[in-house]
Ligand binder design. Structure first.
Ligand code: PEP
Length: 252
């Protein structure tokens, strides 16, 4: 049975004290929550990952990085390798977020390399993709999403999908307060699952968790998560408040 997942992308927010405080509040809010088949993940900034790992040690909350570099090591000033992340107890990384694509020139091709490196190091990958507003208004959203997946992921073996979590994030819904409707999310997730079934096989397609991201809040999470092909969410803004994030977690 595929996992339900709620992941919080903290982006470039929270210093060390704020990180510790938010984790403490989250632990309180999630006391008594039955994790069962649900993974709860937080993604603080690189500098606070080690402390986040320590502070979540006795809990079921998992910690993810927000990026990595594809090379093993070397002259890449300012970058962080997969090995470094694994070394401090990280086993998940977010790759391909639209902000990294837009502001740091990440492409499907560079992301394909990052995904391979992450998987070779045993990391789970939350792979983000999604169309721009103009793609949707011109009804090219399915084509754009298919291309992103084909270019970055479809070179992978079937086994690699044990480590892949997909996160469909229509760019027009990220941080805008404008969410896709639950039906729009379901329609795209269904399309993606069919694509996986065609490219690989149905069993694989049924096992891959597909998250929705884009202005998920406590007041819309339940409806979005109720759709059969939506296996959870990648949460930005609302993951910065323990009360909101845990309310979203409890909607799963
Ligand atoms: C995101 O950045 O991945 C995201 C979904 O942000 P928000 O929830 O703030 O739209």
């Amino acid at each position: 049975m595929r996992k339900k997942i709620v992941a919080g992308n903290w982006k470039m927010n929270n210093n060390l004290n704020e990180t510790k405080k938010l984790i403490k509040e989250l632990k309180n809010e999630l006391k008594g929550f039955e994790f069962d088949n649900t993974r709860v993940i937080i993604a603080p900034s690189f500098v606070n990952l080690q402390q986040a790992v320590k502070k979540t040690e006795e809990t079921k909350i998992e910690v993810s990085a927000q990026n990595l570099h594809q090379a093993k090591n070397g002259a890449f000033t300012g970058e962080v390798s997969a090995e470094m992340l694994v070394d401090i107890g990280i086993d998940i990384v977010i790759l391909g977020h639209s902000e990294r694509r837009a502001y740091f020139n990440e492409t499907d091709e560079s992301l394909a390399l990052k995904v391979k490196t992450a998987i070779a190091n045993g990391l789970d990958v939350i792979f983000c993709f999604g169309e721009q507003l103009e793609d949707r208004t011109s009804e090219n959203h399915f084509k754009v999403v298919e291309e992103q997946l084909r270019n970055a992921l479809f070179g992978l073996s079937s086994e690699a999908y044990n480590n892949i979590i997909l996160a469909y994030e229509p760019v027009w819904a990220i941080g805008t307060g404008q969410t896709a409707t639950a039906d729009q999310a379901q329609e795209m997730h269904y399309f993606i699952r069919n694509l996986l079934a065609k490219e690989y096989n149905d069993a694989l397609a049924q096992e891959v968790s597909i998250l929705y991201g884009g202005s998920v809040k406590p007041n819309n999470a339940e409806e979005i998560f109720s759709k059969p092909d939506v296996d959870g969410g990648l949460i930005g803004g609302a993951s910065l408040k323990a009360e909101d994030f845990s309310a979203i977690v409890k909607s799963i």
